[in-house]
Design a binder for this molecule. Structure first.
Ligand SMILES: [Zn+2]
Length: 276
């Protein structure tokens, strides 16, 4: 679709939701056509869906999510603030890299992770599986401890559906740490090391944040601070938040969780599969 290069951003929730409903309606046709043996039609529809996913990504806003504590640059990133039905939240990213549509971060930025609190609301996602992180912010000691200058900046951003997202951006003063070489970014399940892709490392998530704050390894932006300013407030607002300390896996109205700080809980997975 040549005219889509100028696609304007979604004006708000309404337009975003209509667009995705249209997408999922077209997607629903595939099963029927496939059963009827109409392979050419299926191919045509798959192409349309590919184009629509790309259009969706291009129409998302680029939002300030964090700020570099070293040079003060805003960290702006492509983001879907409306709901998990959007492909931004899929762990395959809808087949399109968020980085291709985001401005280049400052030289100190090395990693974006995140958490998502459902705030007690029911799970609501799209047809694709999404792994938005656990419900409360965390850090990975392996990454923070690898260099004395490394710092994680925690912020929060409200999602239209009532959830709260917590971007966790890592910055450093080291030379030559390439973005994406430490672990997989928020939502992504694989990590690109040089020329090949591999699964992300199974890191321990540390939810006890106050000791890291005291060591100066965590900085933060106050909730609802639209200027995204690094806070000087002595009280850290993201300690001991209520929520699941396990990675969420959401698909449509189904939620399951996986422990990150222990081997995958096979019991949980089996009970989930039995319920399906
Ligand atoms: Zn910087």
């Amino acid at each position: 679709m040549a005219d889509d290069t100028q696609a304007r951003p979604f004006s708000g929730y309404q337009e975003w939701s209509q667009f995705l409903n249209k997408y999922y309606e077209i997607d629903d046709q595939i099963d029927t056509l496939w059963k009827e043996g109409k392979k050419e039609e299926v191919k045509k529809i798959r192409n349309i869906l590919d184009e629509l996913r790309e259009e969706y990504i291009r129409r998302l806003p680029v939002l300030p999510l964090s700020r570099c504590p070293f040079c003060g640059s805003l960290f702006k990133f492509l983001f879907d603030p409306w709901g998990l039905e959007g492909f931004w939240w899929n762990n395959w990213g809808g087949g399109i890299s968020h980085w291709d549509y985001s401005p280049k971060p400052c030289k100190h930025f090395i990693l974006l992770l995140g958490a998502l609190n459902l705030n007690g609301l029911p799970p609501k996602g799209g047809k694709g599986e999404c792994r938005p992180g656990p419900e409360i912010p965390y850090v990975i000691a392996r990454i923070l401890n690898a260099h004395r200058s490394r710092v994680a900046v925690i912020s929060s951003i409200p999602i239209h559906n009532g959830y709260t997202a917590y971007p966790i951006a890592y910055f450093t003063r080291e030379w030559s740490v390439s973005v994406g070489s430490i672990t997989a970014h928020w939502m992504y399940e694989t990590i690109n090391i040089g020329a090949y892709w591999t699964d992300k490392p199974e890191d321990v998530f540390d939810y006890e944040l106050l000791p890291w704050v005291q060591k100066g390894k965590i900085k933060w932006i106050e909730p609802n601070d639209e200027t995204c300013t690094i806070s000087n407030n002595p009280k850290f607002p993201y300690a001991n938040l209520p929520g699941r300390r396990k990675e969420l896996i959401i698909r449509e109205d189904k939620l399951r969780t996986v422990y990150i700080d222990e081997p995958i809980q096979m019991d949980e997975i089996w009970s989930y599969l039995k319920k399906k």
